[in-house]
Design a protein around this ligand. Sequence first.
Ligand code: SF4
Ligand code: F3S
Length: 104
Amino acid sequence: TYVVTEACIKCKYMDCVEVCPVDCFYEGENMLVINPDECIDCGVCEPECPPAAIVPDTEKGIEKWLELNRNLAGQWPNITRKGEAPADAEAHKGEQGKFEKYFS
Ligand code: SF4
Ligand code: F3S
């Protein structure tokens, strides 16, 4: 499966949802997550994300994010259409420590 990681927080460009063939993205206020049980591992979303927030779960140290994606996908609504990215998305691109700063 692929998972959404910290770089999505406050950026939320949503280009990813447009290409997912199985519509397995879920939307929170500050970021999206993937439902790992629905993702078919096609990989097409990975290059679509401007801040490169989407990574395969084979990546080192991904466990925390995999669990977060799985948990939140069960709580957040499904999203299938790209909406408008936050006005300050560019300002938060590449910012460090976003999980601690903005994620509640
Ligand atoms: Fe959807 Fe494919 Fe990305 Fe999984 S890897 S979230 S199936 S686009
Ligand atoms: Fe987030 Fe990238 Fe999608 S910033 S909303 S994972 S395109």
